[in-house]
Design a binder for this molecule. Structure first.
Ligand code: PMP
Length: 417
């Protein structure tokens, strides 16, 4: 092994779930008299000490405004903030760090593109295709845009298994389609969508593509060069980072051609009453004082994830999911919702005779945290003809014992029915 390879190999941490758990202080708690089983990771992940420390150290030692360059603390804060952008850029394999824009999260990223790119590129009669399994944040901003422009948002159907119907999509694509926007992983079903193929199909008719990576980045590596999409977004809080910060990535020529989203400080080159000119990328889209601590926290979260061999994380989560499916197959009255070939981190289900919210409440009483309801995917629930599901979602720190606890708790829930 070369010295370089040897040092790379050394820097990868061995995946040991008990050690991983000890990195997350919140997991050591009791909830309702039981050790916490946290299975709501698709809603938000917990934070390791290194992320909590990075945020608190920022406030303790270098808190200051960025890009002012007037004093030492400001220089330090700017260095950490722009270093965080570089970390995200490498994480996504972005050609340039200037293509990484800080936003509040995936929701704001979609709204930014709808307002800025959409208002200048979508016209009456145009179509925006979204899949039936999108989160509301990847539907409503396009609907607002479509209403303003006389365009339409058209759902791409899904199959009975809960996969995007690629055949149907091909039939829907013509030159009236200007954008195809899909999630890489469904938050409600866990389906991993073949986004690279979808991007290629969109390209054939000259449509742009937006990939919502909110549920993807924590589960497997994302390479934007090979994905080929025009826009990509994710939220830090689903990747062990803080709330209130996320990333929009875009192709450079598109971002360059787009007008600003918000006006204010930082986003201008010069400002006068006669004429205001705009700053270069990425600052053109970053009006106002940014979430500096958030960006630093996100970079620490990425460093945390990258300290492992990511294939081992995926393998661990897939083992948990298979174990869960095994136990589900022997659980009377339980029916899975979503049986795609490729699922990441999500187990959605219904229990016969019980409303999902009652199941969630009874699980919580036993210390098991899950999400219930429509998961901000009402059109999907309508298509499946169900009011909602119970969703257990897994992460790096979950164990087989967590799943045993889930099923033991479900057995108790059944006694109430
Ligand atoms: N898309 C998907 C697939 C999601 O799961 C979520 C969050 N549940 C969002 C978008 C919105 O993310 P945020 O609330 O962090 O903006």
């Amino acid at each position: 092994m070369s010295a370089e390879l040897a040092s790379t190999a050394k820097s990868v941490r061995e995946f040991d779930v008990e050690k991983v758990r000890s990195d997350f202080p919140i997991l050591q708690q009791q909830i309702n008299g039981h050790p916490l089983v946290y299975l709501d990771n698709a809603a938000s992940t917990q934070k390791p000490n290194s992320v909590i420390d990075a945020i608190s150290n920022y406030y303790r030692t270098i808190n200051s405004n960025v890009h002012r360059g007037a004093h030492h603390l400001s220089d330090m804060a700017t260095e950490a903030f722009e270093g965080a952008r570089q970390t995200v850029s490498e994480f996504l394999n972005s050609p340039k760090k200037e293509q990484i824009l800080w936003v509040r999260g995936t929701t704001e990223a979609v709204n930014l593109v709808a307002h800025s790119w959409g208002r200048h590129n979508i016209n009456a009669g145009d179509k925006i295709l979204v899949s039936t399994m999108e989160h509301h944040s990847n539907i409503v901003p396009w609907q607002i845009l479509a209403e303003e422009k006389g365009a339409s948002v058209v759902p791409i159907p899904i199959t009975a298994k809960g996969e995007i119907d690629l055949h149907a999509l091909e039939g829907m694509l013509d030159h009236s389609v200007k954008l195809v926007s899909v999630n890489q992983v469904s938050n409600a079903l866990g389906t991993v969508n073949p986004v690279a193929d979808i991007v290629q199909l969109a390209k054939k008719v000259g449509a742009k593509s937006f990939v919502d990576g909110a549920q993807a980045v924590a589960h497997f590596p994302v390479d934007l060069v090979s994905l080929g999409c025009d826009f990509y977004a994710f939220s830090a809080h689903k990747l062990f980072g803080p709330t209130g910060i996320g990333v929009l990535w875009g192709k450079e020529e598109l971002l360059d051609s787009m007008p600003p989203y918000h006006g204010g400080g930082e986003m201008i080159e010069t400002c006068s009453f006669a004429c205001t000119t705009y700053n270069k990328l990425p600052y053109k889209f970053e009006a106002g004082t940014p979430d500096i601590a958030g960006a630093i926290g996100l970079a620490a979260a990425i460093d945390y994830v990258q300290s492992f061999d990511r294939a081992q994380i995926s393998q661990h989560e897939n083992t948990l999911l298979s174990y869960c499916h095994e136990l589900a197959a022997h659980c009377d009255g339980l029916s899975r919702v979503g049986e795609a070939e490729n699922i990441a981190g999500v187990f959605s289900f219904l229990l016969k005779g019980a409303h999902p919210s009652d199941v969630g409440m009874l699980l919580d009483q036993q210390g098991v945290a899950v999400r219930t309801g429509h998961h901000c995917a009402q059109p999907l629930m309508d298509a499946l003809n169900i009011p909602g599901t119970v969703r257990a979602s897994f992460s790096i720190y979950n164990t087989k014992e967590d799943i045993d606890r889930l099923f033991a708790a479900l057995d108790k829930v059944k006694q109430f029915l």
